[in-house]
Design a protein around this ligand. Structure first.
Ligand code: PLP
Length: 330
């Protein structure tokens, strides 16, 4: 069932998307290396064109559409990083994305997605009503590109894993933010194929860790969605999940959950020590290291810094709140 996504499909994805995405830098963090007692590398995916790694998966998916499908356009429900990525990817291949949202979505999110070239369709007062509109558009011939549970999306995200192993061939532990599991499934497939001894850890927030709850239950389950600093990690994995759940079952060595204060400390560290503006979901790997929740490394650690699309007023208030209590403890 899951054999459709293997190292070959990730290599193919890499060639396909090469001219459309940035091969992002992987930089050594001196402070985190000191804190952890081993080399810690940061894979800077928040420097991707739309501010998150989701551009890789979306681009790999739209590049495989037929001419007719491209003409009809692509569609998704997303106010966040997937919506931005799909808008950008569609325009890059001469297609058109329609992003459906409820009327509760703030105006600035609407404008951002429109600026990236997508049509925004505001429908009803809930995510469910927006989802129904997607159903109608698909019935009219448009193609849905889901945010994580799709082989082409997973293979696209997996290209990060190839770049990590090339930069750090002796990598021991890789840390990624975990929501629907597209990023984890793709990167872990590449990592475990190229370096079977490496360990792979997903990180979520305590407030609404759907994949963790599903892994514990042995099947996809619903969790309450709560406001969190790691908003891009919110939402379910889909009760009809086909791909990412079995792959995460097989490939994840552990899932770690973090409090809001721990995530805030990650955002602060990224800004003050690394000079990077990172959103909560992008900071969870750094946060897990600062909170000392990771097993003892036997070699280099690589953290995927997955996104930077944080509201700047929120960023300012996180930076200005209490300093990271772990700072300079070493
Ligand atoms: C979507 C997203 C994730 C999680 O990716 P999944 O494939 O849903 O697990 C992590 N970080 C950021 C910034 C994201 O946008």
């Amino acid at each position: 069932m899951t054999s459709a996504i293997d190292l070959d499909s990730i290599h193919e994805a890499r060639e396909r998307i090469a001219t459309h995405i940035r091969a992002t830098p992987l930089v050594t963090s001196l402070t985190l290396s000191q804190i952890c007692g081993t080399a810690v590398g940061l894979k800077l995916e928040h420097r991707q064109a739309t501010g998150s790694f989701k551009l890789r998966g979306a681009t790999n998916a739209v590049l495989q559409l037929s001419e007719t499908q491209r003409e009809r356009g692509v569609v998704a429900v997303s106010t966040g990083n997937h919506g931005r990525a799909l808008a950008y990817a569609a325009r890059a291949v001469g297609s058109q994305a329609t992003i459906c949202m409820s009327s509760l979505v703030p105006e600035n999110k609407v404008t951002e997605i429109q600026r990236l070239g997508a049509e925004v369709r505001i429908v009803g007062n809930s995510q469910d009503e927006a989802q129904e509109e997607v159903g109608r558009l698909v019935a009219d011939g448009m193609v849905i590109v889901p945010p994580f549970d799709h082989p082409d999306v997973i293979a696209g995200q997996g290209t990060i894993g190839l770049e990590i192993v090339e930069s750090v061939p002796d990598v021991d532990i890789v840390l990624v933010g975990l929501s629907g599991g597209g990023l984890a499934a793709g990167v872990a497939t590449a990592l475990k194929s190229l370096r079977p001894s490496a360990r792979f850890i997903g990180i979520s927030m305590t407030r609404g860790a759907a994949m963790k709850a599903s892994l514990s239950a042995g099947k996809p389950v619903l969790v309450a969605e709560l406001p969190t600093l790691a908003d891009a990690l919110g939402g379910g994995i889909g009760l009809e999940n086909r791909w990412t759940f079995p792959m995460c079952q097989k490939l994840l060595d552990d899932v770690i959950v973090l409090s809001e204060e721990e995530i805030a400390a990650g955002i602060r560290h990224a800004y003050e020590e690394e000079r990077e503006i990172v959103e909560g979901s992008g900071a969870v790997g750094i946060a897990a290291l600062l909170a000392r929740k990771i097993p003892k490394p036997r070699g280099p650690v690589v953290v995927v810094v997955s996104g930077g699309n944080i509201d700047m007023n929120l960023h300012r208030s996180v930076i200005n709140s209490v300093p990271n209590p772990l700072r300079w403890k070493e």
